[in-house]
Ligand binder design. Structure first.
Ligand code: ANZ
Ligand code: ZN
Length: 826
């Protein structure tokens, strides 16, 4: 007998697959397409367990769909620009390109060793000019459409990473990459107008039933649509107003002061010439040194009076204007009407600075009186102290007050979004150069299409501090202005790497196309991605940007779809000893090592069997051992049946004895179960459990001497083993192809049609079960032919006649013999 030796089997089949190019897919419009994509990896150096999990899930599904008759696109590439390459290059005195491409080569070989069915003929790396040149073209087209603009703005600056971060990249005040606190700086940068698409990005979420609800909720919150009002407060002694955005126009009569963001253009202007000017200057300078996290911190609400007053738009009362650190310039209008009785921050601020309180919303118990308030009352209620609006409910009052303001020309109902435009400028070297030229005469001029791409100069030497070397490359920087021909300079910022990952999925349709970003034929055929798989950590960043970019590409005439990903699966984390696998926790299991020790099929099977895809997966060495033992059992059985059923066709009809009928039924039940579990729900764990049950039953039948003489035995065994091999092939493709060959077939299982089950075979027969008490036959039961031992036992114990003979005495032991006889010992 031959031992199961995954190492030799796997390398042989991987070579065969590659040699025959069986994973390369053509744009065969005659077949229904299925585009399956896993989020592409950053070439960090090695494949980790998280990668193995997401690609194993994806690969299994890709293989199932292909066997089901779809033309499956399952591409792979590299999210290859980004900071770690620069850091590694500085540390190793090498070049980011070198580091990146070396890593890509290594990781590609690791992925191949796992037996994934990626179409490597479509491989792309985003740091390749043949990729990023088209991104530059789209940038220029977006510029022409007014979807890109340049402005000086207060940006999130990470001093450790020496770069700007988008709002989405700041997590609780810290850098998403290095976790250090983020500062604010004023810098020029380029912005993509994602806010133009806010309404559509929000609305279309409702048309994505194939997305997990938590992801949609996160996106909705991020887009943050608020219905409210804009209200104008005329400034005393000037012909100007301060505009505020509020979601609580019903509290207008309780507005007793104003709060401006320190960055608000009027903050300094209003204080100019007043006694407060110096204090305001100092305060603004102080806030500028605070990080966002400090400003957002609940405990440090600070402010200063500007010395200016404005007029309440409905009561005409005087309202002092403050500058406060917790008001953000980036939201609404950067100014807030402060209602200390009904907003907690304003309440605390008012207490701290001795400002007036006016109660205007009464709860169910009525007004409480400002002297009794220990905190703001923030619920909706009934208006009091609000002149003509007294007695109205909050909702009604909001509309009525907005209408009154509109009549007076001092406000109106409005909608505000939390979503900000996407700042894409990074002061980094290893990225896609922003294709803009600065001319003293003409301003910012996009690089003409004919001059694209702006190639990232590879001769650059990185500086020790991590700052970009591009501004120092005079030969590269100095150019002539494409408009006036005068001396000009290149933009030296590069694009946020999230730009590359916002459209790579479309480029896979035509990765070698050199006439534009996307070849219409294949793009229209393949897009959208039918199933996207990746981590929940990308719920807002990558997934929102990709949705935005798809809409931009649509509006540039490059794609026809509105949404990039029809279905989204967010796989759970891989954990070990109860916590996420990470270097810092020291609980990392290296997939490569596991593949070496057990083989790829075992690793894949364990990953799929241990948990459903969305759930956490707890790494367990015993679980891996179990998967390995199971494949060993399948291997022996496969070889045994190959020998015993050599030359015999799988069962195709005829009268079967009870024992063979049971196995035939089990075979078809398993086909049905695995088909359903790999259908819409991706329950690979239960699918594998069903295949394991089938294999057990085959093993029992194979050893069952009573079946030895049956003429159809070999045919039924072959049918069952072949089903097990075909069904396990998407999960454990190497052993499956090997057994398939040894069972006398040629070709690859991925080209095999997914098996169909025979409804007629599913009908279960009944059997007679004899029940003995103390060795004497006391009853006979009719049970389903496949009833398990446990079922026999409980049916026997529950039987009335049996109960009579047990007569209340404790049962010592129940023995089930060959599924036909139950003996009860008392
Ligand atoms: C008056 C008021 C009274 C408010 C009240 C709330 C409660 P959402 O729902 O998130 O849109 N606000 C507006 N602009 C702001 C800024 N730039 N920085 C900080 N806070 C700002 O929040 C809208 C509310 O947040 C607005 O409604 C405003 O405070 C505050 F009893 O106005 B409200
Ligand atoms: Zn010029």
């Amino acid at each position: 007998e031959q031992r199961y030796d995954p190492k030799s089997i796997e390398s042989r089949w991987q070579q065969q697959w590659e040699q025959d190019g069986i994973f390369a897919v053509s744009d065969d419009a005659a077949k229904p397409k299925y585009y399956l994509l896993e989020m592409f990896p950053y070439p960090s150096g090695r494949i980790h367990m998280g990668h193995s999990r997401v690609y194993t899930i994806g690969d299994t599904l890709a293989r199932v769909r292909r066997m089901q008759g779809f033309n499956v696109l399952h591409p792979m590439g590299w999210d290859a620009f980004g900071m770690p390459a620069e850091n590694a290059a500085i540390a190793n005195k090498s070049h980011p390109a070198r580091w990146t491409y070396d890593n890509i080569d290594y990781m590609r070989s690791q992925l191949k060793k796992l037996g994934y069915s990626h179409d490597w003929s479509r491989e792309l790396a985003t740091c390749d000019p043949s990729y990023y040149r088209w991104e530059q073209l789209m940038f220029v087209r977006m510029w022409e459409k007014g979807l890109v603009y340049r402005k000086k703005s207060l940006v999130n600056w990470c001093d450790t990473c020496q770069t700007v971060l988008a709002n989405e990249q700041v997590e609780a005040g810290n850098c998403w990459r290095c976790d250090n606190p983020v500062d604010q700086r004023e810098l020029f940068g380029y912005f993509f107008k994602i806010t133009d698409y806010a309404e559509e990005l929000l609305a279309k979420l409702d048309e994505l039933p194939g997305w997990p609800e938590p992801v949609k909720i996160m996106q909705r919150n991020w887009i943050g649509k608020s219905y409210g009002a804009e209200i104008h407060f005329p400034i005393e002694g000037r012909d100007e107003v301060i505009r505020v955005f509020t979601t609580r126009a019903d509290t207008l009569f309780g507005a007793t002061f104003m709060s401006l963001a320190p960055e608000h253009p009027m903050a300094l202007e209003l204080s100019a010439g007043t006694e407060q000017e110096q204090a305001v200057r100092e305060f603004i300078a102080k806030v500028k040194r605070q990080s966002f996290s400090q400003r957002a911190d609940d405990k440090s609400k600070e402010g200063v009076f500007t010395g200016a007053w404005c007029t309440h738009p409905l009561t005409g009362r005087r309202v002092p204007v403050y500058v406060a650190n917790f008001v953000l310039m980036e939201y609404g209008t950067g100014a807030v009407m402060a209602v200390p009785t009904h907003d907690q921050r304003d309440f605390e601020f008012a207490r701290q600075y001795g400002l007036e309180l006016v109660e205007v919303i009464a709860g169910p118990e009525g007004a409480v009186g400002v002297d009794n308030m220990t905190q703001a009352f923030t619920d909706y209620g009934t208006l009091v102290n609000s002149e003509a609006f007294d007695g109205l409910g909050s909702e009604e009052a909001k509309r009525a007050i907005a209408a009154e303001l509109e009549k007076k020309g001092l406000g109106r109902e409005t909608i505000n979004f939390r979503l900000r435009d996407w700042g894409i400028s990074r002061q980094r070297y290893w990225g896609d150069p922003i294709p803009v030229i600065h001319c003293a005469k003409c301003g910012q001029v996009p690089v003409p299409e004919a001059d694209l791409p702006v190639t990232l100069p590879l001769e650059a030497q990185l500086t020790e501090t991590g700052g970009s070397p591009l501004p120092g490359l005079e030969e590269w920087v100095n150019v002539t202005c494409p408009v006036c021909g005068g001396p000009a300079q290149r933009e030296t910022d590069t694009m946020d790497t999230f730009v590359e990952s916002s459209w790579y999925f479309a480029r896979y349709a035509c990765p070698h196309y050199d006439q534009g970003p996307l070849d219409p034929g294949p793009t229209d055929y393949w897009m959208p991605v039918d199933q996207y798989i990746g981590g929940i950590e990308h719920a807002v960043l990558h997934l929102l940007y990709s949705r935005f970019f798809t809409k931009v590409m649509r509006d540039l005439g490059l794609v026809k779809v509105d949404e990039p990903f029809t279905n989204l699966l967010t796989q759970g984390m891989v954990i070990k000893d109860g916590s996420k696998m990470s270097k810092s926790k020291g609980n990392v299991v290296d997939p490569d090592l596991m593949v070496q020790r057990y083989g790829a099929d075992t690793v894949r099977l364990f990953i799929l069997f241990a948990a459903p895809p969305e759930k956490e997966l707890e790494w367990s060495d015993r679980g891996v051992e179990g998967a390995s033992r199971f494949l060993g059992r399948l291997w022996r059985l496969g070889l045994a049946v190959a020998e015993q059923a050599a030359g015999v066709e799988p069962f195709a009809g005829g009268e079967l004895s009870e024992g063979l009928k049971a196995l035939h039924t089990k075979t078809h039940e398993t086909i049905k179960k695995v088909s359903e579990d790999t259908g819409d729900k991706y329950q690979f764990n239960t699918a594998i459990a069903a295949i394991m049950e089938l294999v057990n039953q085959i093993s029992l039948a194979e050893q069952d001497e009573s079946l030895a003489g049956e003429p159809l035995r070999a045919a039924v065994l072959r049918e069952a083993v072949e089903a097990a091999v075909v069904l396990i092939s998407p999960m454990a493709p190497h052993i499956a192809d090997e057994l398939w060959q040894r069972l006398g077939h040629s070709g690859y299982l991925i080209d095999q049609a997914w098996p169909a089950w025979d409804e007629a075979a599913l009908v279960r027969e009944e059997k007679l079960v004899v029940v003995q008490v103390q060795g004497k036959v006391r009853s006979k039961l009719t049970l389903s032919a496949d009833a398990a031992d446990a079922e026999l036992e409980s049916a026997a114990l529950a039987d009335e006649k049996v109960q009579k003979f047990i007569d209340g005495r404790p049962v010592k032991k129940v023995i089930v013999v060959q599924g036909k006889l139950v003996n009860i010992v008392i």
